[in-house]
Design a protein around this ligand. Structure first.
Ligand code: CIR
Length: 246
């Protein structure tokens, strides 16, 4: 992981620091009520801990994506056997490139951000794959300079999105209520709602106060080391609701 991709080199992250952040993240997911499977490390794929990018998962099935960074493309084949063991339906993105970090799922529709990692062909093919799972999708254009769409936004509840000021200005969120990250706290926008709790990066006290004052139960987690690899809280897991047994 210390060799992972980064847009600006702020020095390599600390290996022990990333392990500690990952351990705290897994513990937070478990205490929020999730069953967590931790996959084996892939020594040859330094960004493989960001499992959100090579796949999308829903109760109805999974979609194997085609990550846009050349060094990450093998991650899809690496995670495929795990997904096939967990989901009856696994659809493969047929062409183009798309990263899971560019996909924001809302109850009404799925937003797919065009980025340096998700191209037009991949986004269009993904719209078709999502339709096969019964999801309506729309391709949106995030402002330049963010790695992924979800670097700059996340869903707080079924009606509310947390977004950076630049993303909020694009009006891509339609009828969703918007909470905007305070100035200088764009990095807080990648929060992660898990059941009744909201995981938020610990380095953003004004966002944490704001979300607390809005009634959210905030769990603050350190992300200093994974942030050196341009990653946030959503990147570290794939999450879905298992369909209720008959
Ligand atoms: C990358 O550049 O691909 C990784 N270093 C970070 C990926 C972060 N993933 C995400 O935002 N979903």
């Amino acid at each position: 992981m210390v060799d992972g991709l980064r847009a600006h080199d702020r020095g390599p992250p600390s290996f022990d620091g990333i392990v500690a952040e990952h351990d705290a993240y897994v513990a937070a997911l478990r205490s929020a009520g999730l069953a967590v499977t931790v996959l084996e490390p892939l020594e040859a794929m330094p960004d493989a801990l960001f499992v959100e990018d090579p796949a999308l998962v829903f109760s109805e099935g999974a979609i194997l994506l085609r990550p846009g960074a050349p060094s990450r493309q093998a991650e899809a084949a690496a995670i495929a056997p795990t997904l096939r063991g967990l989901f009856e339906t696994v659809i493969e993105l047929p062409q183009g490139f798309a990263d899971g970090g560019d996909v924001l799922v809302t109850p009404e529709r799925v937003l797919i951000g065009r980025s340096a990692r998700t191209d037009a062909a991949g986004a269009a093919a993904l719209v078709q794959c999502l339709a096969r799972l019964g999801r309506q999708a729309e391709v949106v254009e995030p402002p330049a300079g963010v790695l992924h769409l979800k670097t700059a936004c996340s869903l707080l509840d079924d009606e509310t999105v947390l977004a950076t000021p630049a993303l909020a200005r694009t009006e891509m969120f339609g009828g969703l209520r918007q909470v905007i990250t305070p100035d200088g706290e764009d990095g807080a926008a990648n929060a992660l709602r898990i059941n009744d709790g909201l995981l938020v990066s610990a380095g953003y006290p004004r966002t944490i106060d704001l979300l607390g004052s809005l009634g959210f139960t905030v769990v603050a987690l350190d992300t200093l080391e994974i942030a050196k690899l341009d990653a946030g809280l959503s990147c570290l897991s794939l999450r879905w609701l298992e369909p209720a047994a008959d």
